[in-house]
Write a protein that binds this ligand. Structure first.
Ligand code: ES4
Ligand code: ZN
Length: 335
């Protein structure tokens, strides 16, 4: 079996991580004070209370509650330094936990819609990536996530605004996140077509146990042409879909996350089944600041113990992540 020391020593990669979801209550309070935001008048305990979401019994309601907390904290990020500091804190944590490579998602629309310039978001994040690489040797790339509950026009305008950063290679991929109910992948066919033309690598969320999840995963591969799916755990309900994902080598970025009221990792048996089907499934932290599961380094030994995973299985999750990573050429060989 894989013990904590084995998990700590594994070279790790994280492919599903929202930078806005890395903010812990303490980080939120510090940002609120420095930006003179209303949250500065709250105590740490009060902010922690807002992180007690989920457990409603309905996956859609749980996702909605989690997203309310996530987007509620997002307005603490407003200057280039806020983005730089937040990304650097995450990369510092990666370095300390043996995460050698990370693909970091960000939600530009949640910032630009508040008047934060796209340049401040992207340049702040990218400068942290350069600093982290130079200081710790941790490699990272950026994924621009479209909010699926906003309009297609807003998504297309966001692609236009981000085009200079795509062209110079500062953004590697496109994702799709936020509220899935009523916002199927098929809504974004034109957005993904344009992004592909611009050279983006493609992924999209199909969150756990959402309505029509199997249908959404099919839409992602057949209509959007994604190479990865974020979550995608419900593929287990359709044998044809499993076969299709295996043949394509689609990477599925699972998150055995638990909320503050959950004592244990979740989704572990389904993640094991995905591995046993030969799917390229990986383990990720998603929103480590919001979720009790925390960072990847903290989560992995808990998942290994709870699922009684072997060393070979834990190593396979990590190998899958490096194979699913959007790194081309000689760099890939280094792994
Ligand atoms: C998210 Cl887990 C999840 N699902 C959808 N949107 C998100 N944004 C941040 N985390
Ligand atoms: Zn996510």
């Amino acid at each position: 079996l894989a013990d904590a020391a084995f998990c700590a020593a594994l070279p790790k990669a994280e492919l599903h991580l929202h930078i806005e979801g890395t903010l812990t209550p303490a980080q939120k309070l510090a940002l609120a004070r420095r930006n003179r935001h209303a949250m500065a008048s709250m105590t740490l305990e009060q902010i922690e209370q807002t992180h007690h979401f989920g457990g409603s019994g309905s996956p859609e309601v749980d996702l909605k509650q989690m997203l309310d907390c996530y987007y509620g904290g997002i307005e603490l990020l407003s200057t280039r330094s806020d983005f730089f500091d937040t990304a650097l804190a995450y990369l510092d944590q990666c370095h300390r936990e043996g995460v050698r490579y990370a693909e970091i998602s960000f939600d530009p629309q949640a910032h630009t819609s508040r008047g934060v310039p796209m340049a401040d978001v992207v340049v702040g994040l990218y400068e942290a990536l350069q600093y982290g690489r130079a200081t710790w040797g941790v490699q990272a790339q950026l994924i621009l996530c479209i909010n699926r509950d906003r309009s297609v026009d807003s998504a297309l305008a966001t692609l236009d605004e981000a085009a200079p950063y795509r062209e110079c290679g500062w953004i590697v991929g496109l994702g799709l996140d936020s509220n899935e109910a009523g916002n199927p992948p098929s809504k974004f066919v034109e957005v993904y077509r344009r992004a592909r033309e611009q050279g983006y690598r493609l992924t999209a969320h199909c969150d756990v146990d959402q309505v029509d999840s199997v249908k959404h995963i099919w839409q992602c591969i057949e209509l959007l042409g994604v190479e990865r799916i974020d979550h995608g755990i419900n593929c287990l309900e359709d044998p044809d879909l499993i076969e299709q994902l295996r043949q394509r080598g689609t990477c599925l970025t699972a998150c055995p996350t638990w909320r503050l009221r959950d004592p244990q990792p979740r989704r572990v048996e389904r993640i094991r089944a995905m591995l046993q089907h030969g799917l390229r499934v990986t383990i990720n932290s998603d929103d480590p600041g919001l979720l009790a599961s925390g960072t990847l380094g903290r989560m992995l030994p808990r998942v290994a113990a709870h699922g009684r995973f072997t060393r070979a299985e834990m190593a396979q999750f990590c190998r899958n992540a490096f194979q699913g990573a959007w790194i081309d050429g000689p760099t890939q060989a280094a792994y």
